[in-house]
Design a protein around this ligand. Sequence first.
Ligand code: KG4
Ligand code: ZN
Length: 350
Amino acid sequence: MNCEAPKKEAAPGDAVSPLVLALETSCDESAAALIRGRHLLAAEVFSQIEVHGQYGGVVPEVASRNHLRALKPVLDAVLQKAGTPLSSVDAVAGTAGPGLATSLMLGLSLAKGIAVALRKPFLPVNHIEGHLLSPFLSLPEGPCQSIGLVVSGGHTLLVRINGLGSYHLLGRTLDDAAGEAFDKVGKLLGLPYPGGPHLNQQASKGDPGRFPFPRSMIGSEDFHFSFSGLKTAVRYLLKKESSVRVEDVCASFQEAVVDVLVSKTMRAIRQEKLQALALSGGVSCNSRLRERFEHECSRAGVRLLLAPPSLCTDNAAMIAYVGALKFSAGAVSRLDAEIEPSLKASGWLQ
Ligand code: KG4
Ligand code: ZN
């Protein structure tokens, strides 16, 4: 399906569309959501940022303990918000991977347990597929032919989206993910965990041209990325110069990341002859990245699809959305599904 804006709005979801419950626990967010059709009824996220902030990063053991504590209240909250009893759910989706094995296991097991108790289908969902399709959530036409750029804390992927379930990987990071680079540089600068949003805030007060950081692989013919050299360049600068303006380091670093992401993505759009870009993952909250893509896409006549910030970082709405799309497309129950901590497990990505 081509990705043109529809002339007329379709109904967002009706009583006959299936009601899908989803749980997401791939890392340090315990999340639940309820969706009917493409109409999101309720979504709740319990973030463990404060807990892991004390350690400067996610501690898997601590994450699983907190999922255990948070899952029931988060589930109760979405049911109450949607005004729906658990018994009216038609299918249950759960994140199978990628992510931390001990975190994935908790959400997936609970989701399966609910499906068994309700005698309803269980649908495993890939977390990255959730991010990838999140910009389509409010669109009446659903996922359509486009380039998808997923920029999160764990992954940086450039994908050709042909439609639901048909994705071709064009490129990925060869080392650090974009969000990981933001977080590591944030740590070097003494910013709170996770560094990304704080660095974004500091960057808005700095000079993006002050430090000429490397734009690794910007001219390579492939669509891969590399961000670890950039992080090292920041480390060297901080060692060499004792009094630098943090705002300038942030702005210069951010501009380097954004330059590479924008340049390669726009080239992929031209090469694949597509007219739409779906931007997703936590880093897609970045205000400079959004601004640059808005500018470039409008110049090139490309439709830019962006989810609201609450659906860019980890959430269960995107898992419920993919679950609902698959269920409507005839997916069968998969109670035998196991957790899949690695990216390309079960071959969802070609
Ligand atoms: O998608 P996400 O919630 O989790 C993963 O699946 O990894 O992404 C989290 C990442 C973190 O690295 C965080 O620092 C980054 O997204 N992030 C940002 C911003 N907001 C979140 N990075 C740059 N600028 C932001 N405004
Ligand atoms: Zn994520």
